[in-house]
Design a binder for this molecule. Structure first.
Ligand code: AMP
Ligand code: GLY
Length: 425
């Protein structure tokens, strides 16, 4: 079968890497891909949000299955377009993807379905929003309703910070249409975890739980990023807690979507705060997480093509999905200055795949080839991922690989999986 993966980051490299192991795959394409992906798949220079271009490519090249990585094409309705054209695609429809693309929609759904989450209110005009936040204790969280590349959430320590965020979104329109509505919610404390699950409209099968590190600096300091590293499994998520999240959060979410005529087919990602053993939803995403996918897919034993097909054919209940007992840690190597401004086109050394053992995957995110040399091409450049029998071993392997890489201004956090994995040796 010919498979097309849409996107070009570390998540997509992990997807392509996993799909390349399937005996059922004859040819792999990735649009637009990156330098690392080009070693495993034919990269086609079509942007992830060019729906017409992607559809034409899939039709002309007889693609048997398209797998969508990022949220933007889902929010634009790529799954609807492909299905109408009788093309098989893994990913939810535009309406089902609203669980990610509108925080107000997601909040309403959670309230209707009695899903535990922070109490919140939605506002479209400045006056009532400011009045409301004055009435609430700080800290509080201000969220732009729409997609804002992970930057639309402000955890405000004071009323002034919260006010600034609301004015930014509703008046200054810093996030454009995404900030036309804001959600103001209570600030939750606890441990953040990610549970992703395959969902076929009626059955939900959870993956291994992971933890992400969102802040740019060690000890969770500095601004939020797309993710500076991740590890799996999360020791916080016991089998009992995972089952509760599936029963009390994931099933009610997909049932709520089916009830409004938008059954969810794809990966449902729950970002959760766990406080005293109780899970609360911070956000839902309608896709694989990044970097979580870089630590979760290496633990999947079952052929990924079989899983994706079971989802789109609505027969997940008939498939046994198996996971290894191993652990994985991913350390993101980023460009100096990220998540602010950074330079591109800097030569990367030490990144020859042959140098790494079979327990290390060097997933590429922002990389490109320039005159046959590997150069930086984004904020998150590489994801050094180590596998091992436990988190501590996986962590040592990830850091050993991360330290072998050099490019001007390279930055990575020293404490990924730190609390559970011990100090970096
Ligand atoms: P989101 O995109 O909604 O996941 O928000 C981005 C990040 O903001 C999350 O990963 C959390 O670290 C933080 N966050 C979001 N909502 C809350 C909340 N209600 N309480 C505390 N932190 C939050
Ligand atoms: N790791 C967060 C996300 O994928 O949205």
């Amino acid at each position: 079968m010919k498979i097309l993966v849409i996107g070009g980051g570390g998540r997509e490299h992990a997807l392509v890497w996993k799909l390349a192991q399937s005996p059922r795959v004859s040819t792999l394409y990735c649009a637009p891909g990156n330098a690392g992906i080009s070693r495993l798949a034919t990269c086609v220079p079509i942007p992830a949000d060019d729906l017409a271009g992607l559809k034409k490519f899939a039709q002309e090249n007889n693609i048997g299955l398209t797998v969508v990585g990022p949220e933007a094409p889902l929010a634009l309705g790529i799954a609807d377009e492909f299905r109408q054209a009788k093309l098989r695609i893994f990913g939810p429809t535009r309406n089902a993807a609203k669980i990610e693309s509108s925080k107000a929609f997601a909040k309403d759904l959670m309230v209707r379905q009695h899903i535990p989450t922070a109490p919140a209110h939605t506002f479209e005009s400045l006056g009532p929003a400011l009045k409301y936040l004055e009435s609430r204790p700080a800290p509080m969280v201000v969220k732009a309703d729409g997609l804002a590349q992970g930057k639309g959430v402000v955890v405000a320590a004071t009323h002034d910070d919260a006010k600034e965020a609301v004015v930014d979104m509703l008046e200054r329109q810093t996030f454009g249409l995404a900030g036309k509505r804001v959600v103001i919610e209570e600030c939750l404390q606890g441990e953040e975890i990610t549970l992703m699950a395959f969902a076929d409209g009626k059955t939900v099968v959870p993956m291994v739980a992971a933890q992400d590190h969102k802040r740019v600096g060690d000890a969770d300091t500095g601004p939020n990023t797309g993710g500076m590293g991740a590890f799996a499994p999360s020791p916080i998520v016991t089998a009992g807690l995972r089952d509760r999240i599936v029963r009390e959060i994931l099933y009610p979410a997909i049932e709520g979507l089916s009830r409004v005529g938008s059954p969810f087919y794809g990966v449902l990602y729950a970002g959760l705060m766990v406080k005293d053993g109780e899970p609360f939803v911070l956000e839902f995403n309608a896709r694989f997480g990044d970097p979580e996918t870089q630590v979760v897919l290496p633990l999947l034993k079952t052929d990924l093509v079989n899983v994706l097909e079971a989802v789109i054919e609505h027969r997940l209940d008939q498939l046994q999905i198996e996971w290894t007992e191993q652990a994985a840690v991913c350390v993101a190597l980023t460009s100096g200055g990220y998540p602010g401004a950074y330079r591109k086109g800097l030569p990367i050394t030490g990144c020859n795949d042959d140098r790494f053992s079979e327990d290390v995957m060097m997933f590429h995110a922002g990389t490109a080839w320039k005159d046959n040399n590997l150069v930086t091409a984004g904020g998150r450049v590489l994801g050094a991922t180590g596998l091992g029998p436990d988190l501590s071993t996986a962590r040592s392997r990830a850091y050993e690989a991360a330290k072998a890489i050099t490019f001007d201004g390279v930055h990575f956090r020293q404490d990924i999986a730190g609390r559970v994995g011990g100090p970096v040796s």
